[in-house]
Design a protein around this ligand. Structure first.
Ligand code: ARG
Length: 568
């Protein structure tokens, strides 16, 4: 249910009726405290300045024209001229009753559907996927799911790094190993890379061959391309293993690698040249942007292209061929400058039209408890697959003594849902721009803003329905303040998702979930459901509220890519 826009509509009408004209952007907000009602309008203060009138007087004028019979039950003026707004219980029950069996839990589809390209994951094939790519994968997958749920058309793009000089060295080394040793050595890409590099530094012959292979791949030499393909397949296979464990929706079809754009790179240079943006400096082709003396190199003096050139080609492809209205790059915050630059260049060169929205969905670094970037004890990169396996093991330890599992397979099934959920939720629940401190204890806690807290609440509600195994015939009757707040919270789901999708902030969904579940727990403690002395009507009403809460938890977690179980 879109509540905010309805309230804004009501305010607008009231302003019109009160003959108050304004061009100011004044809208309703959530009340900051329970005492202030459900929503607040503080526009009277803003209007007071332009109208040169007392804000309380203006507020009074406005509330006289607010209809308090349907959506709103009560308005009150507070403080300097705030208008506090309460939502009508009858309206809440009516709206909730409508969505009891709705599998979208009352969330509609947006009116202006967009084609959104989400660029996420983007591991480099030369090396093992690392934690930075884990964040991109988790956040990107959630946003893609969210956009899709809201009715947009989403095009997932996995911009894998499969091109560049390292590949000469890697495939030369691959060839040297011979058929028998290949598989074994490619098991650990990080090690493979190190071994190849040692060889490269030690042997002049090998280094020459590596350089020669770089040129040969570029010239599409069959043998070299074959080795390169082989290498990419193995490396991508490692990533797919991670995707599958994580349950993310990326498939081979979403891979549009750097190499895909190679044939388009000369055209990018030409376009930049035509627009007069290209400057030669020491043989390299560069673009200078207004606010900086540092050039952005798009072609090196030896003819080689760069990361930025490929991204410019990518922008053109996404805007023109994929017909995107919005292009979202879910990439580490350390690349902010890069995206700022390529967006500016693309706009200047008219590579994308002005109405295409470009955004860098930046995220911070994953840190360990001591505040250092996340590494193994000896300073190496942590293998993601090991990290995910550890999460499941730890989840198993956390829940194994609860006695709820029929056998070890059953326990493992639940542990997987909880372990993977914990990793994802921990990542999604902080503002993505902040650095994020990885803590097993925190993410696997039953309390607090964790996946487990939400999954546990869901399981608890499921157990209520296991005990109460009857038709739910009746309606929701809101009988106290807690029920009122819970009911409203459920109906705020749509506003929450819309807000989260505006600028791509998944933590808006997790904060909502935390509020919802905390409220539900209070409600559940105070308003017994299955006790003997509860009258039938109240019981049904509370059961329906519980069911809707469970549906909302499940749907929210689904958008976050996290599963639920009906017992923990
Ligand atoms: N491969 C890049 C990296 O690991 C990420 C790619 C992000 N996407 C893009 N279009 N540049 O840093």
């Amino acid at each position: 249910m879109k509540i905010k826009s309805q309230l804004n509509q009501i305010i607008k009408k009231a302003l019109d009726s009160a003959n108050i004209k304004t061009t100011e952007d004044i809208t309703i907000s959530d009340a900051t405290k329970v005492e202030f009602g459900d929503y607040q309008f503080n526009g009277a203060m803003k209007l007071a300045r332009t109208l040169r009138k007392n804000p309380r007087e203006i507020a009074l004028d406005i509330i006289e024209h607010i209809d308090t019979n349907t959506l709103i039950s009560k308005v009150e003026i507070a403080g300097a001229g705030f208008i506090n707004i309460w939502i009508n219980n009858n309206w809440l029950s009516k709206e909730l009753t409508k969505i009891i069996d709705d599998n979208r839990v009352g969330v509609g589809v947006v009116e202006n559907k967009e084609r959104i390209v989400v660029d996420y994951s983007g591991p480099n094939m030369a090396k093992q996927m690392h934690v930075g790519h884990l964040r991109s994968t988790i956040i990107g997958d959630t946003l893609a799911t969210l956009f899709e749920f809201l009715g947009h058309t989403v095009i997932r793009q996995n911009h894998i790094g499969d091109w560049g000089t390292q590949f000469g060295m890697l495939i030369a080394y691959l060839e040297e190993l011979g058929e028998d040793n290949k598989r074994q050595n490619l098991q650990d890409l990080e090690q493979f890379y190190r071994d190849a590099k040692v060889k490269f530094d030690e042997s002049q012959d090998f280094a020459n061959k590596a350089r020669e292979y770089v040129v040969k791949i570029q010239q599409s030499d069959t043998q070299c391309l074959k080795l390169w393909r082989e290498f990419i397949d193995v490396s991508l296979g490692h990533c797919e293993e991670v995707y599958s464990k994580l349950g993310v929706k990326l498939t081979k079809d979403n891979v549009r690698a750097e190499s895909f754009y190679n044939p388009m790179l000369p055209k990018v240079i030409n376009t930049l040249k035509d627009k007069g943006l290209l400057v030669e400096s020491n043989g390299a082709k560069c673009v200078f942007l207004d606010n900086s003396d540092t050039p952005i190199i798009v072609q090196k003096s030896d003819g080689g292209y760069l990361y930025a050139t490929t991204d410019l080609a990518g922008l053109e492809f996404r805007a023109k061929k994929l017909k995107a209205d919005r292009i979202s790059y879910v990439v580490d915050a350390r690349q902010s400058e890069h995206f700022k630059q390529i967006f500016t260049i693309a706009r200047k060169a008219n590579i994308v039209s002005p109405n295409v929205k470009l955004e860098h969905i930046a995220f911070g670094t994953m840190m360990d408890k001591s505040g250092k970037p996340f590494k193994t004890r000896d300073g190496g990169t942590i293998k993601l697959i090991d990290l995910l396996d550890e999460a499941v093991l730890r989840a198993k330890e956390t829940i194994k003594n609860r006695g709820n599992y029929t056998n070890s397979k059953d326990l493992y099934r639940v542990a997987k849902v909880i372990g993977i959920g914990a990793i994802k939720y921990a990542d999604l629940s902080i503002n993505r721009e902040s650095n994020y401190i990885f803590s097993w204890d925190k993410m696997l806690s039953f309390d607090g803003n964790t996946a487990l807290y939400m999954q546990y609440a869901y399981a608890r509600i499921s157990s209520i329905f296991k005990r109460y195994n009857q038709e739910l015939n009746g309606k929701i009757v809101i009988s106290d303040a807690l029920e009122h707040r819970l009911a409203l919270m459920i109906l705020k789901f749509e506003d929450t998702l819309l807000k989260a999708s505006e600028n791509g902030y998944p933590h808006i969904i997790t904060s909502y979930l935390y509020d919802l579940v905390t409220l539900f727990m209070k409600f559940y403690e105070n308003n017994p459901i299955l006790k003997d002395n509860i009258d039938r009507e109240t019981q049904i009403s509370r059961l329906l509220l519980s069911k809707l809460t469970a549906n909302t938890i499940k749907k929210s977690l689904e958008i976050l890519g996290i599963e639920v179980v009906d017992k923990i």
